[in-house]
Design a protein around this ligand. Structure first.
Ligand code: AHG
Ligand code: MN
Ligand code: MN
Length: 338
């Protein structure tokens, strides 16, 4: 056998076990002897919703569900059929999980209270059911973003209950419906990536403890808005152009952040003329992505350079300007915007 051939593991030693998301969750749960399995049930429900949405997203034209619903949602954006369908799938799957107190969605003005703390409601789940949905008609990658928070039974209002800073998240993740269907999650112990094997119907572990490269000369921003960026961001872009950076922007946050997480680089949505506080939603877009990026060795800051996950939210649909990605790349932006 030529020297360069990879060394075979000695027989009987399996080096790359086949691990499904289900078994990974149970493995994680076993780390906590007092675990009741309720948290695992929630992740399992999200993965079921993801499989259902993946199937629908991949047949939007065949099932004739492209197009608008004719309703303007709380974001002031026209709701697409698929936004509503994805929202209903998640609500119907998560609604049956007994440990969930509150559900909050980008598509619904108010949170949905399922049960109080004394009725067993231990967790709140916030989500963007279909991120980047304006790209559906051109078959560009779209996604679902979710975050899990603890329910504090002492707090009565649903909005007050879910308005927690990002550093209090229990878990966060996204599903990217791209050239493959990828499920990425953190529970605070690293970032782990799964890929859907549709034939088997399981998300299979493809990367344990993903770590971002600290540097990568790629920035991801909608440069069409640059004239409206604060001067510091404009100065950063001028600097990046002289430093030979490349630009990649898909216009689906999940796809742009996934590329940044896997390859490195920096994703920015600065304040613009149209969105002076930034466009992305703090609770169910910026915070979950920031949790993942920090767990993968990167960082996430706001337009003034403060840590995104330290912001105290006040509204469910609050927007924030965002810079996240490789540690050294975010630091380079911070030097111009602080
Ligand atoms: P959503 O489809 O959930 O409303 O989110 C769209 C967001 C995000 O996915 C993306 O990063 C951003 O909008 C793109 O905004 P621009 O088109 O203004 O660049
Ligand atoms: Mn979104
Ligand atoms: Mn959305």
């Amino acid at each position: 056998m030529p020297e360069s051939a990879p060394k075979q593991a000695p027989r009987g030693v399996v080096t790359d076990n086949l691990v499904s998301l289900q078994s990974f969750i149970l493995e994680e749960e076993a780390r906590y002897p007092s675990a009741t399995g309720e948290f695992s049930w929630i992740i399992s429900a999200i993965s079921l919703a993801a499989k259902i949405i993946a199937h629908k997203v991949r047949h939007v034209r065949l099932q004739n569900v492209l197009g608008e619903d004719g309703i303007t949602n709380v974001q002031g954006e026209s709701q697409l059929h698929m936004d509503v369908i994805a929202n209903e799938v998640i609500m119907r799957v998560l609604g049956g999980r007994k440990s969930i107190a509150v559900l909050g969605s980008e598509e619904d003005e108010e949170p949905t209270i399922l049960r109080r703390g004394h009725e067993g409601g231990k967790y709140c789940v916030l989500f963007d059911p279909l991120d980047g949905s304006s790209n559906l008609d051109t078959a560009v990658g779209v996604g679902t973003i979710f975050t899990i928070l603890r329910n504090d039974p002492k707090i009565h209002g649903a909005v007050e209950t879910v308005c927690q800073p990002g550093h209090q998240q229990v878990a966060a993740g996204y599903v990217l419906y791209g050239s493959s269907t990828v499920f990425v999650i953190t529970t605070g112990h690293g970032v782990h990536m799964f890929e859907l094997d549709a034939a088997v119907g399981s998300f299979m572990l493809v990367k344990r403890d993903l770590q971002m490269p600290p540097k990568k000369k790629i920035y991801s921003v909608n440069e069409a808005n640059a004239d409206g960026f604060p001067q510091g961001f404009q100065d950063y872009l001028k600097w990046a152009h002289t430093e030979g950076y490349s630009s990649r922007y898909i216009g689906s946050m999940v796809a742009d952040v996934h590329r940044t997480l896997v390859n490195g680089g920096v994703f920015l949505y600065p304040p613009t003329t149209k969105h002076p506080n930034g466009k992305l939603r703090l609770l169910y877009e910026a915070n979950p992505m920031s949790f993942l990026v920090e767990q993968a060795g990167g960082s996430s800051i706001t337009a003034k350079g403060g840590r995104t996950m330290d912001i105290q939210p006040h509204e469910l649909h609050e927007r924030v300007a965002l810079v996240l990605g490789s540690r050294d790349e975010v630091a380079a932006v911070a030097r111009f915007v602080k």
